[in-house]
Design a protein around this ligand. Structure first.
Ligand SMILES: [Fe+2]
Length: 422
């Protein structure tokens, strides 16, 4: 973890121990609050390899602070249980061997209660460490908090999948109030293109994969002013979109056939329409809502069907940089676009698949040591998503934020924004 000091946390480093103490407890408490309505049984289940049990998330985020902060930086730190390093290491080869990901649901011990004791133990020791932090400790703690926020979104993604497997369609939480609905067709925002720059700059926190800032050339394009809606997706379904191989990438079509995809994940057909399973329970598909839980393959096929294409991540970021700030409509399910003008739903509804493969920016260098594994080693076989979702913790995502998933993944809150050449 010697490279930790070069993580972008310089501004936070000047805020001092008190601010860090408050941030630390605020984020840690928010994670526990997300789980407050879940039973111990809910928090034990792993419904597919990609999904981790809630209990594992609670422990793994704690392991992160123990491994990268307390063990190297707090003199005399004593782990609560040395074996947790094996159980709750996610993917860090440099840290050592680990329990296999697909078997996380088999960890009935430690109990949920013991995992909360683990959190308390690490929190108490983190308080000691933060009381007199050096710059590296502040930078690494900031990274640990952003890591925990990523897992807050994963907790919701994963529990949604877990609950969706129950024939009773249990809700994670009660439904949200009614929202303003915009049923206008999408508008198009023209972007002149030319030589532009993308990537992070400045002193605020960012993940390493968001930089370096660099020049890109963009041909002129236009980009949709909102996300593709469920009504539009229904038209794709009714036109046989899931049955026309010519619309699909080869790997995408193979996945459609193998997994018998006929609609987005969580859509359930009934005799007179479609329901959708949400964190607020099962309900009819709202035509004005953005479509969500579609794979890159589906986004790409839909774009081809509609005569458009997906934006590249550079196009997305260039457009976002010109867009006015909009209030976020966060919640447990993506809300319809508001009635304003201009680019809407850039954040706060659903992540947006781009046409860009997840790769390093020019000049990117992976950190030395274990934390170099955080982002850099996943730069193959995945596509970039931009924006942020309704379940993304407030303040977590940025215009330069690069999310990424394999092209067949659909359990993230992933949606579609279209683009066109001009
Ligand atoms: Fe993690």
């Amino acid at each position: 973890v010697d490279g930790g000091g070069t993580w972008r946390g310089k501004a936070e480093a000047d805020d001092g121990a008190r601010a860090m103490f408050d941030q630390y407890h605020s984020v840690r408490r928010a994670t526990v609050a997300l789980c407050a309505g879940l039973s111990a049984e809910d928090q034990q289940v792993q419904s597919m390899d990609d999904v981790s049990p809630t209990k594992w998330h609670l422990a793994h985020t704690t392991w992160f602070f123990e491994t990268f902060l307390l063990k190297p930086h707090l003199a005399g730190y004593r782990p609560l249980d040395e074996r947790y390093s094996f159980l709750f290491n996610s993917y860090y080869e440099a840290v050592g061997p680990r329990h296999p990901r697909p078997s996380r649901g088999l960890l009935t011990r430690p109990s949920l209660e013991e995992v909360h004791a683990y959190r308390d133990h690490v929190d108490a020791q983190m308080e000691r460490l933060i009381a007199e932090p050096g710059r590296e400790v502040l930078a690494l703690t900031t990274l640990g908090l952003h890591h925990e926020q990523q897992h807050q979104e994963l907790i919701l993604m994963d529990i949604k999948h877990v609950l969706s497997c129950n024939p009773l369609s249990p809700a994670y939480a009660a439904g949200a109030p009614a929202r303003v609905v915009d049923t206008r067709p999408a508008g198009w925002i023209e972007v002149a293109g030319g030589l532009t720059e993308i990537g992070v700059q400045g002193d605020g926190f960012a993940f390493d994969n968001e930089g370096p800032r660099h020049k890109v050339w963009l041909e002129p394009f236009r980009i949709a002013d909102r996300l593709v809606t469920c009504a539009e997706w229904l038209a794709f379904i009714e036109d046989g979109g899931y049955r026309k191989s010519e619309l699909w990438l080869s790997d995408g079509w193979a996945t459609v056939v193998a997994q018998d995809w006929q609609a987005p994940l969580y859509w359930r057909v009934r005799p007179d329409g479609w329901d959708v399973f949400t964190l607020e329970g099962l309900r009819p598909v709202d035509p004005a809502e953005p479509v969500c839980h579609v794979s890159y393959y589906e986004a790409d096929a839909y774009a081809r069907w509609s005569g458009a294409r997906l934006p590249s991540e550079a196009e997305w970021e260039a457009a976002a940089a010109q867009a006015p700030q909009e209030p976020l409509a966060l919640g447990l399910h993506p809300a319809p676009a508001g009635e304003g003008a201009g680019l809407r739903q850039m954040a706060g509804a659903a992540w947006q698949w781009t046409a860009s493969a997840y790769a390093s920016y020019p000049g990117y260098r992976r950190e030395a040591g274990a934390l170099g594994e955080y982002n850099g080693k996943f730069m193959s076989g995945q596509m970039v998503l931009r924006g942020g979702a309704c379940v993304t913790p407030p303040g977590h995502a940025r215009g330069t934020y690069r999310n990424f998933f394999p092209p067949a993944a659909r359990w993230a809150f992933s949606g579609v924004r279209l683009a066109h050449d001009l």
